[in-house]
Write a protein that binds this ligand. Sequence first.
Ligand code: ZN
Length: 152
Amino acid sequence: MPNVESFQLDHTKVKAPYVRLAGSERHRLGSVLQKYDLRFLQPNQNAIPTAALHTLEHLLAFGLREELEGVIDISPMGCRTGFYLVIWDEHQPAEVAAALTRVLQRVINATEVPAVTPLACGNYRDHSLFSAQEYARLVLEAGISDDPFRRT
Ligand SMILES: [Zn+2]
């Protein structure tokens, strides 16, 4: 069986919301890629409805690229409790947590969702800015930790 890092994580021990460096890969020529978990909700206790998750995906796609250099991809987790971030170079969890906090603060004040057209999106009818803002508020009120286990 292949080793999938995220299936090794004990999902009962983490305390959301948090960002977690799930892995770093160094290419033989020296480039580094990082994968981060951006966990919004406590695993196995709740899940973001798809319309809110989809709207957050659109807003994070623009917002995190404004905040962080080298963003390759932001994708929703299948369990709907957060997102994966793939990014070039080495970033610190605290830097990612601060960037995500600033993006979610802007989500709360957003008045429209970018790229909601049949040309730009694969399911443009399935969006909810209202719901996305409610979940952004929940996450911000709880505070985004850079330690998934909140040891400090
Ligand atoms: Zn879309």
